[in-house]
Design a protein around this ligand. Structure first.
Ligand SMILES: Cc1cc2nc3c(=O)[nH]c(=O)nc-3n(C[C@H](O)[C@H](O)[C@H](O)COP(=O)(O)O)c2cc1C
Length: 323
């Protein structure tokens, strides 16, 4: 039996890339195919002008899409050949990826590949079911594989600091008209047919607070939007994703590490909730870097845990993304 052709593998990789996580589900990417090569570009029109002036979160999102394509190609029997930021004269060209030598998909590629469309962001407390230490060790290695570092935050004092900074950032952003308008712009009312932004059933109407409390983004903003659920109260395992340096290459690496961690966690029934508000405020991000990240640059703040709540995910059709 022969495996998928190169053409089929390329199509599958593009289809898979749509499902990567992105800040506010902005899906800030475009793809073009030339011969056997996919070019991944940043869609600067989808950058968050207020929350993400430097484009850091945009590049993390695109890095997640890149890892997704690599995983899909492996799952379809090809070793991916990737070049990150291949042309300094074309900064919006973030990466090229093409199917290299055929290699039969291993169990690992299959496991991660299965999660690409199933993985969902969680936005509430977790059940009290433990995240196995062995899995955390494996997630730490996954981040290292992509050039980043994942550090579980276990000391209660450090967890308190992380939660307090998240509350401070959320409060400041909620009181800042420009931040609020940007979140509202990417929040979708119930029944909306748009295929980007955060849909109203992707978060609970009322989430029971965790202890310490890690506030969610306010996507419903004065509306009674949101789905059922949100009664679980465990914080799970807070974790920081960091990089040694802080430039475009590292942001793409952080995105690849993020998606590697998320898919591997999802394969073991573990989900992630994100609280990246504090990283959108320079002073708080710098404070976190010094106090909790041993001088490394924080790229993502997350909690890992177990939930059985179903969430909706929306994505734009491939025809909107391929140039
Ligand atoms: C860089 C980045 C930052 C994010 N920050 C948050 C956040 O602060 N709060 C949140 O609820 N989700 C956050 N997310 C998750 C996105 O909202 C989510 O990936 C997107 O809505 C798509 O939904 P899905 O992950 O369920 O497919 C972030 C994702 C990325 C890539």
């Amino acid at each position: 039996m022969t495996g998928p052709t190169v053409k089929e593998a390329l199509e599958a990789a593009l289809e898979a890339a749509r499902w990567a996580p992105s800040v506010h589900n902005t899906q800030p990417w475009t793809f073009s195919v030339s011969g056997e090569e996919i070019a991944l570009r940043a869609d600067a029109d989808r950058r968050l002008r207020v929350g993400d002036a430097s484009g850091r979160e945009l590049l993390i999102s695109c890095g997640a899409a890149l890892f997704t394509m690599r995983t899909s190609l492996r799952g379809h029997g090809y070793e991916p050949v990737v070049r990150v930021l291949p042309d300094p004269d074309r900064p919006s060209l973030l990466a090229t990826v093409r199917p290299g030598a055929p290699s039969p998909p291993d169990e690992d590629a299959r496991l991660l590949g299965e999660q690409i469309e199933l993985r969902r962001t969680h936005r509430a407390g977790f059940t009290g079911l433990p995240v196995p230490d062995r899995l955390i060790e494996r997630l730490i290695m996954a981040a290292v594989d992509e050039g980043a570092r994942l550090t579980p935050v276990r000391a209660p004092g450090a967890v308190d600091v992380l939660a307090a900074l998240t509350r401070a950032a959320q409060a400041v952003q909620a009181g800042d008209r420009r931040f609020s308008l940007e979140v509202i712009r990417w929040a979708r009312p119930p029944g909306s047919r748009r295929r980007d932004g955060v849909p109203a059933d992707a978060y609970p109407r009322r989430a029971a607070p965790t202890d310490p409390h890690f506030p969610q983004r306010d996507y419903s903003w004065r509306h009674d939007w949101g789905g059922e659920g949100g009664t679980a109260t465990s914080i799970g395992v807070p974790a920081l994703l960091t990089t040694a340096r802080d430039g475009r290459e590292e942001w793409i690496a952080a995105g690849q590490a993020l998606q590697h961690v998320l898919l591997r966690a999802a394969a073991q029934g573990v989900s992630a909730a994100f609280h990246t508000q504090a990283l959108e405020m320079d002073l708080l991000r710098e404070f976190l870097r010094r106090e909790l990240c041993s001088g490394e640059h924080p790229q993502m703040i997350m909690r890992l845990g177990v939930t059985f709540e179903d969430k909706t995910a929306v994505r734009r059709p491939l025809s909107d993304l391929v140039e």
